[in-house]
Design a protein. Structure first.
Length: 77
C-alpha cells in the first residue's frame, strides 16, 4: 500500500483514493466489456454516484452563497 501524502490530502482532498478507484474501474471496465459498442452500465452508475456525491458536498456552499447573492441584488435594484 502506498504511503499517503498528508499535505496533499489536506490541501486537495482525498485524491489518492479517488485515483485508485478510477484505475480499478478502468480495469473492471476493460475486463467486463467485450464489445466497444456496448454500454458499460457499471461505469455509468459509478459516474452518477460521483456526481451525486459532489452535489451533496456543494449544498452547504450554495446555502452560504444564496443570501449574499440576494443581498447583492437588493443593492443593485
Amino acid at each position: 500500500m502506498a504511503q499517503k501524502d498528508i499535505f496533499s490530502a489536506m490541501m486537495f482532498g482525498q485524491q489518492l483514493e479517488k485515483e485508485k478507484s478510477e484505475t480499478e474501474t478502468k480495469e473492471e471496465r476493460a475486463n467486463t466489456s467485450s464489445n466497444d459498442d456496448s454500454i458499460d452500465y457499471m461505469h455509468v452508475m459509478n459516474q452518477i454516484g460521483n456526481i451525486m456525491n459532489s452535489i451533496d458536498e456543494l449544498k452547504p456552499v450554495f446555502k452560504d452563497v444564496g443570501p449574499m447573492i440576494s443581498a447583492f441584488k437588493k443593492k443593485i435594484l
